[in-house]
Design a protein around this ligand. Structure first.
Ligand code: NAI
Ligand code: AKG
Length: 487
């Protein structure tokens, strides 16, 4: 049921940097301020910057659902298309209560910037259904996801060349598989139908490593940022991740995988984990695998005995650490709680977790901020690889595996002849899909961090502003030659 379809309207400039903050800050307002702040270090015309603050199309829906008990429930749902400078559009679908259009439009804009920063040739989108998924049975969730997908497809808001959604808060690979299946039912003749949505399980056409990609990308980004002396020296930190004391807010897909890679690969100590209902703390470092098993079984951190539990999440939020990582949702750190943080770095794993005023307060107190559009870009980068796989109907390793094995064998045989040894079959290895995508992910993230550091030094601005400057410049360069920009 279509409620409203909004086209691009007037472009209003808003160069206000007031530090007042209402308790009801929208993500859209925050992103506008961040765009304005960064635009001062670009030569992009003001009219173009104003244009980037608007979504090109917004879809508002009411979706009726027949519950398992036969009763009817109606849910509000949305999809916002931000910038069509590059197609398809891309961004998450979430199932979360109390969704607001102003937040959805803000995250859609953030997605445009995130992908420009990583040099992924897509525009940004975002959307979802205003629902608490835990209040529905699995079958109800499936019917609702399928009904939402049907409305997106009917309204021209989804398809491999239009808008390719992926997972976000409250959704996962299974949700994406339902959505893909709905697309294939409605449009069976679209050859690239598998590419209508990403984040699918591998058995449904997904790519190896997508589920953990936001966490792995975060690990690569943090490691690379810490190598910068200009970041660590003033904070009196060492360059290594090893031994760094870390507190994480949110233990869902992103929070868990960030914790896993930082502790397993980086040997960092995750000393605190909190969600909206409480937190656990252990000064010597939590066992993340054990915590994950417990959290999956019990849906709560309470009762996990290998750490001290606090009913009030702020009791964990306020512990001293080196790095605080918000990995839950937007605006979880505002003026109301930013003064509690006792850390040297805030590394954003969630999208826009800091309100503008909270960010200002933290910076004033000497805290460095590592920006979401780099730190959590691993998820959408991996989605991009999945899309490419689906469009080509071939996985990265399939085409080259045999050839690589043969050429490696020839090289080894040559070396063995010179050295007078024998080639063992176990010496012969070629990259798996997972190795190919993880290495490509590392390469893209490394480049985003490198260019952010360079821009940050050039203008003496924060990494966050630098990442936005790089993204804005890339979008401008891209759009200026496109027929979408009539200047
Ligand atoms: N899933 C993905 O691929 C990506 C997600 N993101 C962003 O990362 C963030 C987290 O997403 P997911 O992990 O996928 O969601 P999720 O739904 O899997 O997990 C969210 C977690 O945050 C907790 N939480 C919710 N409100 C909280 C609060 N006020 N304080 C503390 N904890 C709270 C929940 O209990 C849950 O543990 C979101 O901002 C999302 O947009 C960013 C990049 C990729
Ligand atoms: O893979 C996608 O399309 C969604 C990623 C996402 O939700 C995000 O980067 O915030």
């Amino acid at each position: 049921m279509l409620k409203r379809l909004v086209g691009r309207t007037s472009l209003i400039s808003k160069f206000s940097f007031s530090t007042n903050e209402s308790t009801d800050i929208s993500v859209r307002d925050s992103i506008h301020r961040l765009i304005d702040r960064a635009s001062m270090y670009t030569r992009i015309p003001g009219s173009f910057i104003d244009g980037l603050k608007k979504c090109s199309h917004v879809l508002e829906l009411s979706i009726p659902l027949k519950k398992d008990n036969g009763q009817l429930a109606v849910f509000e749902a949305y999809r916002a298309h931000h910038s069509i400078h590059a197609l398809p559009l891309k961004g998450g679908i979430r199932f979360a209560p109390n969704m607001r259009l102003a937040d959805i439009e803000g995250v859609a804009a953030l997605m445009t910037l995130k992908m420009a920063c990583a040099d992924i040739p897509y525009g940004g989108a975002h959307g979802g259904i205003s629902v608490d998924p835990s209040s529905l049975s699995v079958l109800e969730q499936e019917r609702l996801a399928r009904a939402y997908a049907k409305e997106l497809i009917k309204s021209g808001f989804m398809g491999p060349s239009i808008d390719v959604p992926g997972p976000d808060i409250g959704t996962d690979g299974r949700t994406m598989a339902w959505i893909m299946d709905e697309f294939l039912k409605i449009a069976p003749d679209v050859t690239e139908g598998l590419a209508a949505v990403t984040g699918k399980p591998e058995a449904a056409g997904g790519i190896a490593g997508r589920k953990e990609a936001a966490g792995l990308g975060f690990y690569f980004a943090l490691k690379n940022f810490l190598e910068d002396e200009e970041l660590v020296e003033p904070l009196e930190l060492t360059k290594e991740l090893k031994g760094k004391k870390i507190i994480i807010q949110g233990f869902g897909n992103v929070g868990y995988h960030v914790s896993k890679f930082l502790s397993e690969n980086g040997k960092a100590k995750i000393i605190g984990v909190l969600d909206q209902n409480g937190g656990v703390y252990k000064a010597t470092g939590l066992d993340i695998t054990a915590l994950k098993t417990y959290y999956d079984e019990n849906k709560t951190l309470k009762g996990f005995t290998e750490g001290k539990h606090f009913d009030n999440p702020e009791d964990v939020l306020s512990k001293t650490c080196d790095i605080f990582i918000p990995a839950a949702s937007e605006n979880t750190i505002t003026v109301n709680n930013s003064h509690l943080l006792k850390c040297k770095i805030v590394a954003e794993a969630a999208n826009l977790p800091l309100s503008i005023k909270a960010e200002e307060n933290l910076i004033k107190n000497g805290v460095a901020i590592l920006p979401d559009i780099i730190m959590n870009s691993g998820g959408v980068i991996s989605s991009y690889f999945e899309y490419v796989k689906n469009i080509g109907h071939i996985s990265p390793e399939k085409l080259t595996k045999r050839w690589e094995l043969k050429s490696n064998e020839k090289i080894l045989q040559f070396l063995a002849r010179i050295l007078g040894t024998e080639v063992q079959n176990s010496d012969l290895q070629v990259a798996s899909d997972l190795e190919i995508v993880n290495n490509a992910l590392e390469d893209i993230i490394q480049n985003s961090v490198k260019t952010a550091k360079k821009t940050s030094k050039l203008y003496s601005i924060s990494y966050k502003d630098a990442a936005y400057v790089n993204a804005l410049n890339r979008i401008y360069e891209n759009l200026r030659y496109s027929s979408h920009y009539a200047a």
